[in-house]
Design a binder for this molecule. Structure first.
Ligand code: ADP
Length: 171
């Protein structure tokens, strides 16, 4: 029987335990999960694609049926190119729903039927996103409950005191 692969596309700027939770759930359902760093020109990212891939690779190194890659372009084209049967997305709250619903229907239309599978994380991750992590890191908050060790290290390297002075945040 053919292996059932899915792709899990996202920005992963940086990866959090919310993403890891979704990846574990997808691993229970499919033979292979391809975690794909999407280069999104509309979003300014803190980490380069290479840095994001490195953090994903280190975090997911012991997950046997998970592979990491990056792509430019339409998610549906990448899904087709790697032979995926569907796209995994995480749903945290109602606020995610409208955007995800639009994207799932558009991707279905563009791909002639590719399925989007929505998975919900553990409740403790429902309020977590990468933006909050980047903001907390600027102020040296303890983020160890939310991100892997490699991410804490990379954030320390990336966010230097001078950027701390320049940036304003409510957190
Ligand atoms: P973010 O929205 O945090 O910037 P991404 O663009 O990297 O994240 O998200 C990729 C996918 O992972 C999206 O489907 C997003 O809804 C989902 N996701 C992100 N954070 C979480 C979380 N804490 N729990 C569940 N799903 C999540």
């Amino acid at each position: 029987m053919a292996l059932r692969k899915v792709i899990y596309p996202g920005t992963f700027d940086p990866i959090t335990f919310g993403h890891v939770d979704i990846i574990k759930r997808a691993m229970d359902l499919f033979d292979e999960v391809i975690v794909t760093v999407a280069r999104n020109p509309a979003k300014t990212s803190l980490f380069t694609v290479g840095e994001r891939l490195e953090m994903l690779e280190v975090t997911l190194k012991d997950f046997p049926n998970v592979r990491v890659d990056a792509f430019d372009g339409l998610v549906v084209d990448h899904a087709r190119a790697v032979g995926a049967v569907g796209i995994i997305r995480g749903l945290r709250a109602i606020s995610d729903f409208e955007f995800e619903f639009q994207m799932a229907l558009m991707n279905r239309k563009l791909s002639n039927g590719l399925k989007t599978i929505f998975l919900m994380p553990h409740e403790k991750y429902t309020y977590l996103n990468s933006t909050i992590i980047r903001n907390l890191a600027q102020f040296n908050a303890d983020i160890s409950d939310f991100v892997p060790h490699i991410v804490i290290e990379k954030l320390k390297d990336k966010i230097k005191p001078e950027s701390l002075k320049k940036k304003n945040s409510i957190m």
